[in-house]
Design a protein around this ligand. Structure first.
Ligand code: KG4
Ligand code: ZN
Length: 340
């Protein structure tokens, strides 16, 4: 540690993970505490917003305390507090924002509101210390599907986004329909390994003439229709084949859009981000596509793909050195757009 090192406390509570982390100079993670609520929401087949907010309130203080103690730091060592203020579930976001504001006020530490997707993108800076903008990034999570050009730190150009369901949402809904339960992504990933991706041809979602926008709700309906017709005909369904064929359709669309962007924009680096970036089929297909296009491929390890606060502290660091500060009037913004 030198005197010029910047130590950031990150806080994340936008969905169903209560998380806090301490990160030095944006890329060195001293602690990354995540308290997941998955077990509770599994009982209901998906995230129940009111329960998520209450669980965040119960856990946030101890998660923050643990992040500081694991890092061997006290609040006196913290240069700024970075907190996710959107997008996400409003009650869930408010817990993290309120905790961050209270600490900022009480301990007189600067506050920085961070965009959740900017956090996901930044997970790549932690995983690959040599990675610098510009590059193309595909952010695929439970709530978001964005293909963006990361022009500089904190500067994004959105090439495409989903017009309906997010990629992770499609995984979760299809998993529920075929009886795999919540959270769907990892369960489909696992089941697909035992199935045949060519067994059923599901549609590859296309949105009008747009080269880069996504649509996954038609694919979800196609899976539901397939299930219905098989059941009506009294045929046995093969969960593994449906999982593999559905996953192949999602991967084909994501990789197809990414390849088009590589060919059009000629950036020599490409990164994946978000919870769905931990999907094994997507990772290997994207790696192959990057190799074919002579583009360096980046993807954080699964623990940094799903929601965590290290990525928020990293994004907060780059905001901090650009001079960005938030006031104590910082509020949760559930539908916060990227790049504003
Ligand atoms: O980034 P994240 O933790 O939360 C949001 O910001 O939404 O992403 C969670 C999403 C869920 O939809 C989950 O099913 C999906 O990421 N996911 C996966 C995998 N692991 C998590 N989807 C596909 N394959 C996986 N292995
Ligand atoms: Zn997320």
């Amino acid at each position: 540690m030198t005197q010029s090192d910047i130590t950031i406390l990150g806080i994340e509570s936008s969905c169903d993970e209560t998380a806090a982390a301490v990160v030095v100079n944006g890329r060195t993670v001293l602690s990354n505490e995540i308290s997941s609520q998955i077990d509770i929401h599994t009982l209901y087949g998906g995230v129940v917003p009111e329960i998520a907010s209450r669980k965040h309130i119960e856990r946030i203080n101890q998660v923050i305390r643990k992040a500081l103690s694991t890092a061997g730091k006290t609040l006196q060592d913290i240069d700024a507090i970075a907190v996710t203020y959107g997008p996400g579930l409003v009650g869930a976001l408010l817990t993290g924002v309120s905790a961050a504001k209270a600490i900022s006020f009480a301990a007189d530490i600067p506050l920085i509101g961070v965009h959740h997707i900017e956090g996901h993108i930044s997970a790549n800076f932690i995983a690959a210390p040599e990675l610098e903008p510009p590059f193309i990034c595909l952010v695929v999570s439970g709530g978001h599907t964005h293909l963006v050009v990361v022009k500089d730190y904190g500067e994004y150009e959105i090439l495409g986004r989903t017009m309906d369901d997010a990629a992770g949402e499609a995984f979760d809904k299809v998993a529920r329909a075929i009886g795999l339960g919540y959270p769907g992504g990892p369960k489909i990933d696992r089941a697909a390994k035992e199935g045949n991706p060519d067994a059923i041809h599901f549609p590859r979602g296309k949105v009008g003439d747009s080269a880069y926008d996504f649509s996954f709700s038609g694919l979800k309906s196609a899976v539901l229709n397939y299930l219905n017709s098989e059941q009506m005909a009294g045929r046995q369904i093969c969960t593994e084949d449906i999982a593999a064929s559905f996953q192949q359709s999602v991967v084909d669309v994501l990789v197809g859009h990414a390849e088009r962007a590589m060919e059009e924009f000629h950036y020599d680096r490409f990164a994946l981000a978000g919870g769905v970036a931990s999907n094994s089929a997507l990772r290997s297909a994207m790696q192959k596509a990057c190799e074919e296009h002579n583009v360096a491929f980046y993807c954080p390890p699964p623990i940094l793909c799903t929601d965590n606060a290290a990525m928020i502290a990293c994004a907060g660091y780059y905001e901090y050195i650009r001079g960005v500060r938030s006031g104590l009037d910082l509020n949760a913004v559930p539908n916060l757009p990227l790049g504003q």
